[in-house]
Structure formats: structure tokens, C-alpha cells
Design a protein. Structure first.
Ligand code: PNS
Length: 160
């Protein structure tokens, strides 16, 4: 049986921490779907299409990784995709409360769906998409924050 995992998130934009989780998950599961939330309540900074393109750009070396947008509940997306596992990254202890709440809510709705937490590599434990956006906004150096090809893209499209 093909074991598919879904890595859901906002990815606004993808960081090196996200990529670390995607690469490690892709070495464990047959297939990994990176699911980018299309949130109608919270617009976010980068358009969904661009977030998806950026993830595709930096995961092109991983043949078992697919990137898709989704709206609604993550568990419904998993059911439609025929997946049973949600992968999420834990950076620091303060992430745990939110992740536990989400995992329990998802389990209450769909008991057969498991959430697997992967510890983010310590090198990236300080990273977040909002930090990336802040550094970008003030024209700071994004090395160590986002993958190289993304830096180039952000410089071309967003740096003044
Ligand atoms: O990258 P983020 O913003 O931490 O990701 C959060 C995400 C997208 C995983 C979460 O908000 C989510 O799953 N949203 C879809 C709605 C849903 O299923 N909520 C959780 C159970 S109520």
C-alpha cells in the first residue's frame, strides 16, 4: 500500500525549516503532498499561486513530493487524497500547545488520521515565515532563512 503523508501549512513563504521537514518526510513516506492552505479569512502576503510555485521550485529534486492548494479542513483534504498521515514540524516547546490542539481536533473529527510531529533541525528552530517577511521587508540578508532560488526570486520581485 502506498503510504501518503500530507504536510499542511500556510508557507507564506516556504522557509529552510519547511524544506528540511519536506526532505525528511519524503525519505520516510512513499509520497508527500505539501498542502498550501487557501485561507479566505486571512489573505496572507504572497498569492497562493506564488507560494505553490516557490515550493515546487525548491522541491523539484524530490520526485515523490507534490504541491497542492487546498481550502477547508485539512482532514477532508487527506480523505480526498487517500492519505492517513499529517506531518507537522515542531521548532520549540511553545509550538506544542497549538499543535496538540490541532492534532486532537483532527483526531476527534477523523480518528483514523494520525498526526506525526517531526522535530525541526536546531539550525532552523528560530525560523518562521513572518520573520522571513520582516527581513525581506527591510532588505535584510535572507541567507539561512529561505532556499537560495527563493532569495533570487524575492530580490527580483519584492526588494525595492
Ligand atoms: O503554517 P500554519 O499556518 O501553521 O498551518 C496551519 C494549518 C494550515 C495546518 C491549519 O490552520 C489548518 O489545518 N487549517 C485548515 C482548517 C483545519 O483543518 N483546522 C484544524 C482543525 S479545526
Amino acid at each position: 500500500m502506498v503510504q501518503t503523508a500530507v504536510y499542511p501549512g500556510s508557507f507564506d513563504p516556504i522557509s529552510l525549516g519547511h524544506l528540511d521537514i519536506i526532505e525528511r518526510a519524503s525519505s520516510i513516506f512513499d509520497k508527500v503532498i505539501v498542502a498550501v492552505l487557501i485561507n479566505t479569512d486571512k489573505k496572507g502576503f504572497f498569492p497562493i499561486e506564488e507560494r505553490i510555485e516557490m515550493i515546487q521550485l525548491v522541491t523539484s529534486h524530490l520526485p515523490n513530493v507534490e504541491v497542492r492548494g487546498f481550502s477547508g479542513l485539512t482532514v477532508n483534504f487527506l480523505k480526498e487524497a487517500g492519505a492517513r498521515v499529517i506531518v507537522r514540524g515542531l521548532r520549540v516547546v511553545s509550538d506544542f500547545d497549538f499543535e496538540l490542539q490541532m492534532a486532537n481536533a483532527n483526531r476527534a473529527m477523523e480518528p483514523q488520521i494520525e498526526t506525526l510531529m517531526m522535530m525541526t533541525s536546531p539550525n532552523y528552530s528560530y525560523l518562521s515565515s513572518s520573520l522571513v517577511r520582516q527581513v525581506m521587508h527591510f532588505g535584510g540578508n535572507l541567507e539561512g532563512f529561505v532556499p537560495g532560488p527563493i532569495i533570487e526570486r524575492l530580490k527580483q520581485n519584492y526588494y525595492k
